[in-house]
Design a protein around this ligand. Structure first.
Ligand SMILES: Cc1ncc(CO)c(N)n1
Length: 234
């Protein structure tokens, strides 16, 4: 069955569950990426982690803006408030994590901010920004959903719900994403999406499948970018 033929609602569970199922092999590949495996067991070379942190700090500023765009598309007071909270949490919780790692690596906030965006990061953030500025609210939520959902799954997968070993170099990162509070972000986005999608046409739902798959691909490519320390052509 092509995405266009998929019914908007079916016996196959919620839309968000079906979106995840539609990309399952890609989804599970995230957990096997060498960057993710090495991040989990602590063997990831510091140069790769530093590259990742510098890129992710730039990524999170864009993600925070996308929550602001989402807020402008909502007419529901509680929903607007929650998008505002997610914007702030992205900056306060996650960016703070990056700042702490940056300090540990001897980087100033100015050096972090002056890092040029690598090609994949640039492409992923342009994808998110295009949808944030021209898409519908369900499209915006769908584009951001793999970010929150995959990181929560990676966090719990890598820690196995146990605290990281003492002295693990990436313990703070693992704790942040294994935290049930982080999982709650994805859960809330899924609830909102499933609710908004009830009123969408089959064609609009098909577009959500496409957006979800593209963001999921970019999540994998982001690990790959940091593993290869991807550069622009000279
Ligand atoms: C690339 C990327 N995706 C998702 C998250 C989780 O917010 C993150 N920090 N970075």
């Amino acid at each position: 069955m092509s995405a266009a033929e998929r019914p908007a609602t079916s016996a196959g569970g919620s839309l968000s569950a079906r979106l995840r199922e539609s990309v399952l092999p890609l989804w599970q590949r995230q957990l096997q990426h060498p960057f993710v495996v090495a991040l989990g067991d602590g063997s990831l070379p510091r140069a790769n982690f530093e590259f990742y942190i510098r890129q992710d700090a730039l990524f999170l500023d864009v993600l925070a803006k996308c929550f602001a765009y989402a807020a402008t598309r909502s007419e529901d007071h509680a929903e607007i408030e929650q998008f505002g909270r997610l914007l702030l949490n992205t900056l306060v919780v996650e960016q703070d994590l990056h700042r702490r790692y940056g300090e540990r690596f001897g980087l100033t906030p100015e050096q972090m901010a002056a890092t040029p965006m690598a090609p994949t990061n640039y492409a992923y953030t342009r994808h998110l920004l295009t949808i944030a500025t021209t898409g519908s609210l369900p499209e915006i939520i769908t584009s951001m959903l793999p970010c929150a959902w995959i990181y929560a799954e990676v966090g719990t997968h890598l820690t196995g719900n146990r605290p990281p070993a003492p002295g693990h170099p990436y313990a703070d990162w693992l704790r942040t994403y294994a935290d049930p509070e982080f999982d709650a972000v994805g859960r809330w986005l899924r609830e909102r999406l499933d609710l908004h999608a009830e009123r969408l046409s089959a064609a609009a739902i098909a577009r959500l499948y496409e957006i979800f798959r593209i963001s999921t691909c970019y999540e994998w490519l982001f690990w790959e970018m940091a593993w290869r320390q991807e550069q622009w052509l000279a």
